[in-house]
Design a binder for this molecule. Structure first.
Ligand code: PEP
Length: 258
Protein backbone atom coordinates (compact mmCIF):
# COMPACT_ATOMS: atom_id res chain seq x y z
CA UNK A 1 0.00 0.00 0.00
CA UNK A 2 1.34 3.43 -0.97
CA UNK A 3 1.80 6.14 1.66
CA UNK A 4 -0.28 9.28 1.24
CA UNK A 5 1.32 12.70 0.88
CA UNK A 6 -0.39 16.05 1.37
CA UNK A 7 1.73 18.95 0.13
CA UNK A 8 1.08 22.67 0.59
CA UNK A 9 2.19 24.99 -2.21
CA UNK A 10 2.20 28.42 -0.58
CA UNK A 11 3.00 30.11 -3.91
CA UNK A 12 4.02 33.79 -3.58
CA UNK A 13 2.20 34.37 -0.31
CA UNK A 14 3.10 34.98 3.30
CA UNK A 15 5.88 36.61 5.25
CA UNK A 16 7.81 35.95 8.43
CA UNK A 17 4.96 36.55 10.86
CA UNK A 18 2.21 34.99 8.72
CA UNK A 19 4.29 31.87 8.06
CA UNK A 20 5.06 31.43 11.76
CA UNK A 21 1.37 31.64 12.60
CA UNK A 22 0.43 29.22 9.83
CA UNK A 23 3.06 26.69 10.87
CA UNK A 24 2.06 26.95 14.51
CA UNK A 25 -1.54 26.31 13.55
CA UNK A 26 -0.54 23.24 11.55
CA UNK A 27 1.67 21.92 14.35
CA UNK A 28 -1.12 22.42 16.90
CA UNK A 29 -3.43 20.24 14.83
CA UNK A 30 -0.97 17.44 14.09
CA UNK A 31 -2.03 15.13 16.96
CA UNK A 32 -5.59 15.09 15.60
CA UNK A 33 -4.36 14.23 12.10
CA UNK A 34 -2.15 11.46 13.48
CA UNK A 35 -5.14 10.08 15.37
CA UNK A 36 -6.96 9.78 12.01
CA UNK A 37 -4.14 7.72 10.47
CA UNK A 38 -0.79 7.98 8.74
CA UNK A 39 -0.06 10.71 6.19
CA UNK A 40 3.13 12.44 5.07
CA UNK A 41 3.01 16.24 5.09
CA UNK A 42 5.08 18.70 3.06
CA UNK A 43 5.11 22.49 2.90
CA UNK A 44 6.64 24.56 0.08
CA UNK A 45 7.15 28.20 1.09
CA UNK A 46 8.72 30.88 -1.12
CA UNK A 47 12.55 30.75 -1.34
CA UNK A 48 13.34 33.49 1.24
CA UNK A 49 11.51 31.60 3.97
CA UNK A 50 12.91 28.11 3.39
CA UNK A 51 15.66 28.26 5.97
CA UNK A 52 13.50 29.68 8.78
CA UNK A 53 10.79 27.14 7.95
CA UNK A 54 13.34 24.31 8.07
CA UNK A 55 14.26 25.38 11.60
CA UNK A 56 10.63 25.41 12.70
CA UNK A 57 9.94 22.02 11.11
CA UNK A 58 12.92 20.25 12.67
CA UNK A 59 11.73 17.19 14.54
CA UNK A 60 8.07 17.61 13.53
CA UNK A 61 8.07 15.04 10.72
CA UNK A 62 6.77 17.63 8.22
CA UNK A 63 9.00 17.83 5.14
CA UNK A 64 10.16 20.99 3.38
CA UNK A 65 10.10 21.61 -0.35
CA UNK A 66 10.80 24.37 -2.86
CA UNK A 67 8.31 25.56 -5.48
CA UNK A 68 10.85 25.67 -8.29
CA UNK A 69 14.57 25.29 -8.98
CA UNK A 70 17.10 26.00 -11.70
CA UNK A 71 18.04 23.35 -14.21
CA UNK A 72 21.64 24.55 -13.86
CA UNK A 73 23.99 23.37 -11.12
CA UNK A 74 25.74 26.72 -10.47
CA UNK A 75 27.18 29.77 -12.19
CA UNK A 76 26.13 32.98 -13.90
CA UNK A 77 22.34 32.60 -13.76
CA UNK A 78 21.19 35.76 -12.00
CA UNK A 79 18.11 35.25 -9.88
CA UNK A 80 18.11 31.47 -10.11
CA UNK A 81 18.34 28.97 -7.26
CA UNK A 82 20.24 25.69 -7.63
CA UNK A 83 19.07 22.32 -6.36
CA UNK A 84 22.16 21.96 -4.17
CA UNK A 85 21.27 25.27 -2.44
CA UNK A 86 17.80 23.98 -1.69
CA UNK A 87 19.25 20.80 -0.25
CA UNK A 88 21.69 22.92 1.75
CA UNK A 89 18.89 24.80 3.53
CA UNK A 90 16.94 21.66 4.36
CA UNK A 91 14.66 20.95 1.40
CA UNK A 92 13.78 17.35 0.62
CA UNK A 93 11.41 18.04 -2.28
CA UNK A 94 11.16 20.43 -5.23
CA UNK A 95 8.05 21.07 -7.30
CA UNK A 96 8.83 21.01 -11.02
CA UNK A 97 6.59 22.00 -13.91
CA UNK A 98 3.77 23.65 -11.97
CA UNK A 99 1.26 24.94 -14.52
CA UNK A 100 1.92 28.52 -13.41
CA UNK A 101 5.61 28.03 -14.28
CA UNK A 102 4.64 26.54 -17.64
CA UNK A 103 2.01 29.17 -18.51
CA UNK A 104 3.47 32.35 -16.99
CA UNK A 105 7.21 31.72 -17.23
CA UNK A 106 7.41 29.78 -20.48
CA UNK A 107 8.70 26.51 -19.06
CA UNK A 108 8.52 23.81 -21.70
CA UNK A 109 8.30 20.11 -20.99
CA UNK A 110 11.97 19.89 -21.97
CA UNK A 111 12.93 22.53 -19.37
CA UNK A 112 10.82 20.75 -16.79
CA UNK A 113 12.61 17.48 -17.54
CA UNK A 114 15.97 19.23 -17.08
CA UNK A 115 14.80 20.59 -13.73
CA UNK A 116 13.63 17.12 -12.73
CA UNK A 117 17.13 15.84 -13.48
CA UNK A 118 18.73 18.68 -11.49
CA UNK A 119 16.55 17.84 -8.49
CA UNK A 120 17.51 14.18 -8.60
CA UNK A 121 21.21 15.06 -8.90
CA UNK A 122 20.96 16.97 -5.61
CA UNK A 123 18.98 14.16 -3.95
CA UNK A 124 15.78 16.20 -3.89
CA UNK A 125 12.53 14.38 -4.58
CA UNK A 126 11.01 15.94 -7.71
CA UNK A 127 7.27 16.58 -7.50
CA UNK A 128 6.30 16.74 -11.17
CA UNK A 129 3.09 18.59 -12.06
CA UNK A 130 1.12 17.66 -15.15
CA UNK A 131 -2.32 18.70 -16.34
CA UNK A 132 -4.45 19.93 -19.20
CA UNK A 133 -6.22 23.22 -19.88
CA UNK A 134 -9.98 23.44 -20.27
CA UNK A 135 -9.62 23.76 -24.05
CA UNK A 136 -7.44 20.65 -24.17
CA UNK A 137 -9.98 18.71 -22.10
CA UNK A 138 -12.84 19.90 -24.30
CA UNK A 139 -10.89 18.72 -27.35
CA UNK A 140 -10.48 15.27 -25.80
CA UNK A 141 -6.73 15.75 -25.46
CA UNK A 142 -6.29 15.26 -21.69
CA UNK A 143 -4.47 11.94 -21.93
CA UNK A 144 -2.29 13.14 -24.80
CA UNK A 145 -1.26 16.31 -22.95
CA UNK A 146 -0.46 14.53 -19.71
CA UNK A 147 1.32 11.82 -21.70
CA UNK A 148 3.52 14.41 -23.42
CA UNK A 149 4.41 16.14 -20.14
CA UNK A 150 5.30 12.86 -18.47
CA UNK A 151 6.92 11.56 -21.64
CA UNK A 152 9.45 14.40 -21.72
CA UNK A 153 10.86 13.23 -18.40
CA UNK A 154 10.76 9.57 -19.41
CA UNK A 155 12.53 10.36 -22.66
CA UNK A 156 15.31 12.31 -20.97
CA UNK A 157 15.83 10.15 -17.89
CA UNK A 158 14.04 6.84 -18.33
CA UNK A 159 11.68 5.16 -15.88
CA UNK A 160 14.53 4.82 -13.33
CA UNK A 161 14.02 8.52 -12.61
CA UNK A 162 10.72 7.64 -10.93
CA UNK A 163 12.03 4.71 -8.92
CA UNK A 164 12.68 5.31 -5.25
CA UNK A 165 10.55 8.31 -4.54
CA UNK A 166 9.54 10.73 -7.34
CA UNK A 167 6.02 12.11 -7.01
CA UNK A 168 3.59 13.18 -9.74
CA UNK A 169 0.74 15.62 -9.22
CA UNK A 170 -2.13 15.65 -11.69
CA UNK A 171 -3.38 19.22 -11.65
CA UNK A 172 -5.95 20.12 -14.29
CA UNK A 173 -5.21 23.76 -15.10
CA UNK A 174 -8.92 24.57 -15.12
CA UNK A 175 -9.18 23.45 -11.48
CA UNK A 176 -6.24 25.40 -10.06
CA UNK A 177 -7.37 28.33 -7.95
CA UNK A 178 -10.78 28.37 -9.65
CA UNK A 179 -12.94 26.56 -7.12
CA UNK A 180 -13.86 24.04 -9.85
CA UNK A 181 -12.48 20.78 -8.52
CA UNK A 182 -12.30 17.74 -10.78
CA UNK A 183 -14.81 15.14 -9.70
CA UNK A 184 -13.26 12.11 -8.01
CA UNK A 185 -14.12 10.11 -11.15
CA UNK A 186 -12.46 12.61 -13.53
CA UNK A 187 -9.34 12.70 -11.37
CA UNK A 188 -9.22 8.91 -10.98
CA UNK A 189 -9.45 8.41 -14.76
CA UNK A 190 -6.35 10.53 -15.37
CA UNK A 191 -4.48 9.07 -12.40
CA UNK A 192 -5.16 5.57 -13.72
CA UNK A 193 -3.84 6.65 -17.12
CA UNK A 194 -0.64 8.08 -15.58
CA UNK A 195 -0.09 4.93 -13.56
CA UNK A 196 -0.58 2.83 -16.71
CA UNK A 197 1.99 4.91 -18.60
CA UNK A 198 4.51 4.31 -15.80
CA UNK A 199 3.61 0.62 -15.52
CA UNK A 200 4.14 0.13 -19.27
CA UNK A 201 7.78 1.05 -18.60
CA UNK A 202 8.13 -0.79 -15.30
CA UNK A 203 5.29 -2.47 -13.42
CA UNK A 204 6.88 -2.04 -9.99
CA UNK A 205 7.48 1.68 -10.51
CA UNK A 206 3.92 2.11 -11.73
CA UNK A 207 2.72 0.54 -8.53
CA UNK A 208 4.92 2.56 -6.15
CA UNK A 209 4.84 6.16 -7.46
CA UNK A 210 2.69 8.51 -5.37
CA UNK A 211 0.13 10.28 -7.55
CA UNK A 212 -1.32 13.43 -6.00
CA UNK A 213 -4.37 15.33 -7.17
CA UNK A 214 -4.27 19.14 -7.15
CA UNK A 215 -6.87 21.74 -8.06
CA UNK A 216 -9.18 23.49 -5.59
CA UNK A 217 -8.95 20.75 -2.98
CA UNK A 218 -10.60 21.85 0.27
CA UNK A 219 -11.45 20.26 3.57
CA UNK A 220 -14.98 19.52 2.40
CA UNK A 221 -14.16 17.87 -0.94
CA UNK A 222 -10.97 16.01 0.00
CA UNK A 223 -12.49 12.78 1.28
CA UNK A 224 -14.07 11.80 -2.06
CA UNK A 225 -10.87 12.46 -3.98
CA UNK A 226 -8.63 10.70 -1.46
CA UNK A 227 -10.83 7.61 -1.55
CA UNK A 228 -9.98 6.95 -5.22
CA UNK A 229 -7.69 3.94 -5.73
CA UNK A 230 -5.01 5.80 -7.72
CA UNK A 231 -5.01 9.03 -5.70
CA UNK A 232 -2.34 9.02 -3.00
CA UNK A 233 -2.73 12.51 -1.58
CA UNK A 234 -2.98 16.10 -2.72
CA UNK A 235 -1.05 19.15 -3.83
CA UNK A 236 -2.84 22.02 -2.19
CA UNK A 237 -2.59 25.70 -3.10
CA UNK A 238 -5.07 28.16 -1.59
CA UNK A 239 -6.31 25.85 1.15
CA UNK A 240 -2.75 25.23 2.37
CA UNK A 241 -2.62 28.83 3.60
CA UNK A 242 -5.27 28.11 6.22
CA UNK A 243 -4.14 25.74 8.94
CA UNK A 244 -7.60 24.32 9.63
CA UNK A 245 -8.25 23.61 5.92
CA UNK A 246 -4.83 22.03 5.39
CA UNK A 247 -5.32 19.89 8.49
CA UNK A 248 -8.81 18.82 7.38
CA UNK A 249 -7.37 17.69 4.01
CA UNK A 250 -4.53 15.88 5.79
CA UNK A 251 -7.03 14.13 8.06
CA UNK A 252 -9.14 13.08 5.05
CA UNK A 253 -6.03 11.61 3.42
CA UNK A 254 -5.04 9.84 6.63
CA UNK A 255 -8.50 8.31 6.92
CA UNK A 256 -8.52 7.20 3.29
CA UNK A 257 -5.12 5.54 3.79
CA UNK A 258 -6.18 3.61 6.91
C1 PEP B 1 -1.75 24.51 -6.98
O1 PEP B 1 -1.42 25.64 -7.27
O2 PEP B 1 -0.92 23.57 -7.06
C2 PEP B 1 -3.12 24.28 -6.56
C3 PEP B 1 -3.58 23.06 -6.56
O3 PEP B 1 -3.83 25.39 -6.21
P1 PEP B 1 -5.32 25.41 -5.59
O4 PEP B 1 -5.40 24.35 -4.53
O5 PEP B 1 -5.47 26.79 -5.02
O6 PEP B 1 -6.25 25.13 -6.71
Amino acid sequence: MRDYLVAGNWKMNGGTAANAALLQGILNGLPEVSAAGAVELLVCPPFPFLEATAEKLAGTGIALGAQNLSEHASGAYTGEVAASMLRDVGCEYAIVGHSERRALFGETSATVAAKFEAALAARLVPLLCVGETLEERAAGRTEAVVGEQLGAVLERLGIEAFAGGAVIAYEPVWAIGTGHTATPGQAQDVHRHIRRLLAEEDAAVGEEVQLLYGGSVKGDNAAGLMAMPDIDGGLIGGASLKADEFLAIAAAAAMARS
